[in-house]
Design a protein around this ligand. Structure first.
Ligand SMILES: *[C@@H]1O[C@H](CO)[C@@H](O)[C@H](O)[C@H]1NC(C)=O
Length: 320
């Protein structure tokens, strides 16, 4: 078939997201579970964003990044989970072509931005722990703003280029995507045009836009660990170690599962495992990030209790 024949065929106008299978009872349980997770994720992340914006004590580089990250996670889970919840509730598994592409855009752009923000945060911690004397001079408001803006720009730029190539592809069926969101790789596999170029572009974009933040993050934490090990007092070492190990856990889960899902060779036996593992970076990290990064910090706890007493939730709750 040449391109003309392909164009003459009826093009696919919608895709079917298979999600987690078809057992009715299970669908209800999965729906409730994800509904609770979704509400918890959005509530936690919006709480942190609001605190960072409202409380002057949290106007430091670390909390700016955390505020940005929480803002991002809110959009990120909404992109992926709201769609899944609707389809679990109504049983419709179809998604229009443009719906699929826009979900893909937001998913990729936000994931790309998250890589950069995680890198910016690790660099911020690196300066704070390894170069404490130069910290305030280096991490000033302007630099901080540039890092944050650069992160958002980076993720959106890379995804826009990628989408330009994806939108040129022709789809003439089959149209079933064995996943709960429009996954870029699975989508490319469905195309009946030549995807070699798109795949190449994808690889190039990943290496230009996500490899450097990944390497920066890893290097920062290696340097931080080396510095922490040299701290003479045990309590100081424990405290610093505690903070960094929790950051490292999030970063490892996020990158580790992405690497397993997208870098491991394509294999049918791995397919279901990959689907389950992709829950880690789509659902788990947005849910636990606010807990690990923010809600256990003393400053955030203080800001929270101040906000609670200011707006009188406390009294109302006692009255109830
Ligand atoms: C995001 O980061 C920028 C620059 O550091 C900061 O000015 C802004 O308030 C942050 N946004 C949120 C929601 O925290």
């Amino acid at each position: 078939m040449d391109t003309k024949d392909l164009l003459n065929q009826t093009a696919v106008t919608e895709f079917i997201l298979l999600g987690f299978g078809d057992i009715p009872v299970l669908q209800n349980i999965i729906f409730l579970m994800f509904l609770v997770i979704y509400m918890a994720t959005v509530a936690r992340n919006m709480l942190i964003t609001a605190l960072v914006v409202a409380d002057k004590h949290l106007h430091t580089s670390m909390y700016y990044f955390l505020g940005n990250l929480s803002c991002l996670e809110t959009c990120y889970t909404s992109t992926l989970l709201s769609r899944m919840l609707v389809s679990l509730l109504t049983g419709t598994k179809t998604i229009s072509f443009s719906g699929c592409l826009s979900q893909l855009y937001f998913f990729c752009a936000l994931a790309g931005t998250e890589c950069c923000l995680l890198a910016a945060m690790s660099y911020d911690r690196y300066l704070a722990i390894c170069k404490p004397l130069h910290y305030s001079a280096l991490m000033n408001t302007r630099f901080c703003l540039r890092l944050a803006a650069g992160s958002w720009l980076n993720g959106n730029l890379a995804t826009t280029i990628f989408l330009l190539f994806i939108s040129q592809l022709i789809f003439c069926g089959p149209n079933e995507i064995d996943h709960f969101y429009c996954d870029p790789i699975l989508l490319m596999e469905l195309s009946c045009s030549d995807t070699q170029l798109s795949k190449l572009v994808n690889h190039i974009l990943v290496s230009i836009f996500t490899l450097p933040p990944f390497l920066l993050t890893t290097t920062s934490y290696v340097c931080i660990s080396a510095t922490i090990l040299r701290i003479p007092s045990t309590t100081g070492r424990q405290k610093a170690f505690y903070t960094c190990s929790s950051h490292l856990t999030v970063v490892t889960i996020f990158y580790g599962t992405i690497i397993i899902v997208y870098m491991l060779p394509k294999h049918d036996t791995l397919r279901d495992l990959k689907k389950v593992l992709s829950l880690c970076f789509t659902v788990l990290t947005p849910l636990v990030n606010p807990l690990i990064y923010s809600l256990r910090n003393r400053e955030v706890k203080e800001a929270l209790s101040k906000a609670v007493s200011k707006y009188g939730f406390h009294k109302n709750m006692q009255r109830l």
